[in-house]
Design a protein around this ligand. Sequence first.
Ligand SMILES: C[S@@+](CC[C@H](N)C(=O)[O-])C[C@H]1O[C@@H](n2cnc3c(N)ncnc32)[C@H](O)[C@@H]1O
Length: 264
Amino acid sequence: MVETRRVPIGEADPYLLFGLLGKQVIHPGGRKATEELLGFARMAPGQQVLDIGCGAATTAIEMASRFGVTVTAADISADMRDRAIANVDSAGLAGRVSVEPADICALQYEDGRFDRVVAEAVTMFVDRDRAIRELVRVCRPGGLVLATEFHWRRPPTTQARQSFLGELCPGMLFETVEDWLARYGSAGLVDLQVRTGPFEMMTARGFISDEGIGNSVRVMARAMLNGTARRRMRWIMPRVSRAVPYLGYVVICGRRPAGEGDAS
Ligand SMILES: C[S@@+](CC[C@H](N)C(=O)[O-])C[C@H]1O[C@@H](n2cnc3c(N)ncnc32)[C@H](O)[C@@H]1O
């Protein structure tokens, strides 16, 4: 069920907290992973793209402005949709990026509606196989499904696993790259391609590379000036630090098999 309620900052999960503080890139591999995903995507003007779990619509805006595609940027969270709408408006792209409520587990779109289906750091929060089946269903035969996920680069200690999955992101689940490939393959995708890398979104280097100096300072200043956000950050950061050495991102691209004569 899509959300209409705004979440108070003190109740926000780490991703929403950063979204509310104005962070623009909110997935494990940051802009580097998005570039890898876009490299796989081979987008062409006029194509229809779904960005589900779009967050602040940073990637949706990038795709529309760089490749001339039309993007449906959808998210379950009312707070994220507010941010997405503001960003799309200020990019002057309201004609080509529409922001909509949607739940990745029960998409309201008809089968085969999109040429490209993008989900950056979303399936991990929900029933992964159900979400992946939905991504494949709404992708047209011959089209591409593209996703970014977390994985464990090496087996985590019990403490690292508990800190990240038990405390920071309860309900989130992921395992290895092989496990993701098996899930995307079982949902019917073929020609699977993969890129992996370390989780740097929350390191100083990754943060600045994703946001630039100006927005990094703005986000941190907002966090420091708001007592609730400051307390939340103090709780989040040590738990993230414990898990970072074991965490990585994986970008996966797969093609929905085409019927004879279908182009990709
Ligand atoms: C880690 S953030 C990623 C945001 C954005 N894709 C990015 O990479 O910057 C996860 C996003 O998925 C959204 N989300 C979580 N569960 C969802 C669901 N069931 N359906 C749609 N979106 C969902 C969250 O609201 C959030 O915006």
